[in-house]
Design a protein around this ligand. Sequence first.
Ligand code: NAD
Length: 253
Amino acid sequence: MVLDKFKLEGRVAIVTGCNTGLGQAMAVALAEAGCDIVGLNFSEPTETKQYVEALGRGFENVHADLRKTDVIPTVIEAAVKRFGKLDILVNNAGTIRRSDAIDFNEQDWDDVINVNLRTVFFLCQAAARQFQRQNSGGKIINIASMLSFQGGVRVPAYTASKSAVMGLTKALANEWATLGVNVNAIAPGYMETSNTQALREDTQRSAEILGRIPSGRWGLPEDLKGPVVFLASDAADYVNGYTVAVDGGWLAR
Ligand code: NAD
């Protein structure tokens, strides 16, 4: 039956940056669908651990600053040691720095590119190598953005990184489809999280944004729960290299 294809019982998922916001909602969604979760976090994911364990699923956390890649072998080992394997990787952690492009500095450029793109690639590679060792296939879901499609304002490094995430998602799908690995992305629209707090507090920008969202509201972390479970599941086996917008119709406007 078709709904059985969405079930994730016994699967193991790494979710980066799952202490809060979209990452937390996606980790909880995957746990609700049956996954054990390995978090990769800069801040302690106390609340997420509680939510996941209350669902009767396991939760393991690995501490990391994802501006660097040194933690990658550790997180794969942690998944295998605690849960025996890896099935799903969700590259959610991301950072944004706002400044006029004319003033944008190298430190901000490097931090954004390292977290949002460089580490994302090497996590994808480590997950694919683990899927290959297991001879199992697997699902990778990267978190893109409206700025994978559009230019944005005062966020040049973020736009560069998220545009690259969409391209990388296609490139890796091409190479790894024969391994049974699906690489897709979710492009959230304008969502209510700490990432957009500054934007929502800017009365003029906030009104402009809300005015062009066909759904008439900002997105909520819960809006990603269905899409992430779908892309992580057998129901999405023939979906590969695609970036799904979850944006209340923003791109359709
Ligand atoms: P958030 O600020 O609540 O969460 C960001 C997460 O990334 C946090 O867990 C944070 O600790 C982690 N992170 C940032 N820098 C890190 C580092 N150096 N090392 C380890 N972890 C680090 O924001 P969010 O909105 O939940 O963002 C989640 C993802 O969604 C990001 O990739 C973001 O770019 C993307 N996104 C958000 C929106 C939105 O409107 N909120 C829209 C499109 C895409």
